[in-house]
Ligand binder design. Sequence first.
Ligand code: SF4
Length: 53
Amino acid sequence: MENNIKCSVHDCLYWDNGSCSADGIEVMVSDGSQIAGSELKTACKTYVNQRPE
Ligand code: SF4
């Protein structure tokens, strides 16, 4: 499904050559609050580690 989401997280199950192959994603504030203040404090909750240790 074409979703126009670019991503650079290579170890995510949904990562596909620079794009996200998930049908949709959920983004949250990294610390669990609701105010990020910076893009650096946001995180993709849909991420799945394709290489779990
Ligand atoms: S689910 Fe999130 S981390 Fe994974 S490829 Fe998509 S945007 Fe990137």
